[in-house]
Design a protein around this ligand. Structure first.
Ligand code: 4AD
Ligand code: MG
Length: 468
């Protein structure tokens, strides 16, 4: 049986045991005494283990002495205390089997030297073998599991909402259309080009922008639910915080209002980040060392802090006061305007110094499903802003009154018939309910300090990029 390198380094296996490991060579260094030190990593954790391969191995001259970065090996040997610096144990090899060679080491795309992230995006299929992308993958996993554990432990049910849908959940019109294109025999336009507008079996359908509308249906039956899956936005935005395909976590709670929603967001976020610190200390230490020296401290203080809750109106007043004191923003500030990320960052970083929940936005800048407040001009919306990144959560109490919802659909020029099933939920046993969406990649950026959202998802989808 194979042992994971992480468990060997963690001291789970007694010294002197015979162990087998399998992984990829990070580096090979030869000593003058005629032996090789192989750094082998299997992705189970951040650190490689050192394998000492002596020249007396039968395949030493022919194979071991030629191993290069990226070669796959299986090693059997004895776990012994290490003389070297930086590691407590190493494997003294009895057998080194070369499982997969690197054909031409000079062209191996991810050599042991440091590469830029821009370059690594062009070899997205091999970048998981680098320190950074291995660490990102493990952090993604740990956070995903923490999300499911949190909800499971709090009595929520995970609902698998559809990817293909006819409903525009945000009413914002930024959807990818799904077509039933037969690639072997594509419909042709007059000029001879491919007609890609064919509908999903005769009906216009799209990739979902959010699972919210569907998860609301389950909320109004199972009370506490969530969905966690990929969502799609056909915005042509080339920023470091937008993807065309990203993952979203969307809980929805019944018999609940906006304050309950904000309470859930705070407890949930702190809980999953605490789990991350507990489980992935090695990877987080790497991010602090190489990517963003403040990241561990930032997450620790996030977990300890209490979120500041602030009305949108007060946020505008705060920003206006800052402008009066000489602060400059690129975008104008006035009641009714959406907060830009520079404003969000001012509020959370300079004004409060903690996470901020901005509540009760003007209805004109928010989606049709948000509950209209008694003032008639704001809705029960909330955005959670995190220092260093801005909006990570968007949520709201939902409009549960059919007449008010209908008026909002009309105002937003949305077709009531297209939302008939959603309107039904307001006709049959409607209750106050609320939920939110957490952008998973923005969360990973926040905790790791990775600057570009393209580098926290395995295969980023951005305008013009779907090759891998
Ligand atoms: O604010 P948004 O658009 O809210 C919704 O979709 C609601 N239906 C959620 C709900 O109430 N159930 O998106 C929620 C979050 C944002 O705060 C942001 O973190 C992330 O999703 N997000 C994106 N992340 C990456 N790329 C994009 N293009 C994103 N758009 C939104
Ligand atoms: Mg939003």
């Amino acid at each position: 049986p194979t042992t994971s390198i992480r468990s060997l380094l963690a001291g789970d296996v007694p010294l002197g045991s015979t162990v087998t490991i399998e992984g990829w060579i990070r580096t090979r260094r030869d000593s003058k005494a005629g032996l090789s030190f192989l750094q082998v990593n299997d992705g189970s954790g951040f650190d490689p283990i050192q394998v000492v391969a002596e020249a007396s191995l039968p395949n030493y001259q022919e194979q071991v002495a030629h191993l290069t970065t990226g070669c796959a090996v299986a090693v059997e040997g004895k776990l012994v205390p290490s003389q070297g610096k930086g590691q407590s144990v190493e494997v003294k090899a009895h057998r080194v089997e070369v499982v997969g060679r690197v054909d031409d080491p000079d062209t191996y795309p991810v050599s042991a030297k440091r590469h830029t992230f821009e370059y690594l995006r062009t070899v997205a299929h091999l970048r998981p073998r680098t320190n950074t992308f291995g660490a990102v993958a493990r952090v993604r996993h740990a956070l995903s599991m923490a999300v499911h554990s949190y909800f499971h432990d709090h009595g929520f049910f995970w609902i698998h909402t559809p990817i293909i849908t006819a409903s525009d959940a945000e009413g914002a019109g930024a959807m990818f259309r799904v077509s039933t294109l037969d690639l072997a025999n594509p419909p042709r336009l007059e000029g001879g080009g491919i007609d890609s507008s064919a509908d999903f079996f005769g009906r216009p359908s799209y990739l979902t922008v959010s699972g919210q509308l569907n998860v609301e249906a389950y909320c109004l039956a199972l009370s506490k639910v969530y969905t966690f899956g990929p969502t799609f936005r056909a915005e042509n935005s080339n920023t470091t915080r937008h993807l065309a395909e990203f993952w979203m976590i969307e809980p929805e709670i019944a018999f609940a209002d906006l304050d309950d929603d904000a309470d859930l967001a705070e407890d949930f976020l702190k809980s999953i980040l605490r789990t991350l610190l507990d489980e992935r200390g090695d990877d987080m230490a790497f991010f602090a060392d190489r990517i963003d020296k403040d990241c561990v401290r930032r997450v620790e203080s996030f977990v300890e802090s209490s979120f500041e809750r602030m009305d949108y109106g007060d946020a505008i007043k705060t920003l206006e006061a800052a402008i009066d004191r000489g602060k400059r923003f690129e975008f104008p500030v006035s009641w009714g305007a959406d907060l830009q990320s520079e404003h969000e960052r001012y509020l959370t970083e300079e004004h409060v110094g903690r996470p901020v929940v901005v509540m009760n936005y003007p209805k004109e800048i928010k989606a049709f499903y948000m509950r209209l407040n008694d003032d008639g001009r704001t809705v029960a919306a909330m955005d959670v802003l995190a220092p260093g990144i801005g909006e990570i959560i968007g949520g709201s109490q939902r409009e549960e009154r059919l007449d008010v919802l209908d008026a909002r659909l009309d105002e937003s020029s949305l077709d009531r018939d297209a939302y008939s099933w959603y309107r039904d939920l307001r006709r049959y046993g409607t209750v106050p309910h609320a939920g939110f969406g957490l952008g998973f990649e923005r969360t990973i950026q926040y905790v790791t300090g990775m600057a570009n959202i393209r580098d926290v998802i395995p295969f980023p989808r951005t305008p013009g990029n779907a090759d891998f």
